[in-house]
Design a protein around this ligand. Structure first.
Ligand code: G4P
Length: 310
């Protein structure tokens, strides 16, 4: 890796400690009136997209995990991730908040989780009270899209402001469940370059200290190692060509960079003198990946069998 590891902690400059503390306070306050937390994760990176402090933050409240953007992730891995969470006794639902696929199943799982809470409430003589749910997740995992889907709204009324606004509005999901209109926006993990790269590959974090070209280089490297066929199909590269370049007598990173430039060449990212514009190339590769054009790709596998981005 060529990037400066000291910079990893600054992956998103918005999340300075004061900001995190304020967000945390606001979310804790909101959680007082919440029965169920819906934790939104990115199905392509269910571990890297977790907030590092969520367990402490929600302190034993009932939780359901939503693996959003499941349309962009590998279908088999999606099922494995659902089993992974459910084996830990955490209900999990696959959702594509863009199309609404999986929302009904998600509501069913919330209702099931709710039954346990309602039984306890009934034991205390509290019957007929609506269950209140709240969404938590790091930026760009699809919280606003999810809320709009579940509320059957078409416009995004929810901003990307960290924390939760003061006036509370509730969305009626059905006769028993209400969802807080504004999600809690949590800070992402800043723990390692591997996590920072996964967040950058998926477009979860945009303000990164890593150069776009470096992120794209690392993505090409990851795809060459793990999803070569999909990379080759997308950009019309043959496996023979890849093998020939990778076996050239250069440092490995030169060869991978050369493959990245070949993608740029094929996509017409050429500047004066016939050179390849590597920034334009990087943008194409990253946009293609983020939008699922290279294929349905999961970057992390469950059960500790984690594929590393680097
Ligand atoms: P947030 O509130 O958690 O910050 O996320 P938001 O709903 O704004 O969604 C972030 C981006 O992810 C949006 O793309 C949205 O369309 C996309 N998205 C959300 N859920 C899904 C999903 O289930 N599948 C897919 N494929 N995409 C989803 P965008 O407006 O193009 O923004 P950006 O990608 O340029 O950041």
């Amino acid at each position: 890796m060529t990037s400066n590891k000291e910079n990893v902690g600054k992956t998103n400059i918005n999340w300075y400690p004061g900001h995190m503390a304020k967000t945390r306070r606001e979310i804790i306050q909101d959680l007082r009136i919440i029965d169920i937390v819906i934790e939104l994760l990115d199905a392509r990176i269910p571990i890297a997209s977790q907030n590092p402090d969520i367990a402490k933050l929600i302190k034993g409240k009932k939780k359901i995990v939503v693996l959003n953007k499941c349309d962009l992730a590998d279908e088999k891995e999606n099922q494995r991730w659902v089993s992974y969470f459910e084996n830990k006794n955490i209900p999990a639902a696959l959702v594509d908040a863009n199309s609404g696929k999986g929302i009904d199943n998600c509501i069913k799982k919330i209702e099931k989780l709710m039954e346990e809470i309602q039984t306890k409430q009934a034991e205390k003589g509290r019957v007929g009270r609506k269950i209140k749910a709240m969404i938590l997740g790091i930026p760009n995992v699809g919280k606003s899209s999810f809320i709009n889907r579940i509320a059957k709204r078409t416009t995004a009324e929810v901003g990307n402001k960290p924390g939760v606004t003061k006036q509370k509005q509730w969305i009626r999901i059905n006769e028993k469940i209400e969802l807080l209109d504004t999600p809690g926006v949590l800070w992402p993990k800043f723990e390692s370059e591997d996590v920072a790269l996964k967040l950058a590959f998926t477009g979860t974090i945009k303000e990164t200290v890593l150069e776009k070209t470096e992120v794209a280089y690392e993505l090409v490297k990851f795809l060459l190692n793990n999803e070569r066929e999909k990379l080759c199909n997308r950009y019309g590269l043959s496996n023979e060509y890849i093998e020939e370049v990778l076996n050239r007598d250069n440092p490995e990173n030169f060869n991978i960079y050369e493959i990245m430039l070949e993608i740029g060449r094929k996509r017409g990212c050429i500047v004066s003198g016939g050179n390849i514009d590597d920034e334009k190339t990087a943008k194409i590769i990253l946009d293609d990946f983020k939008n699922g054009k290279i294929g349905k790709i999961t970057l992390e596998c469950p059960n500790g069998d984690v594929s590393h981005a680097t």
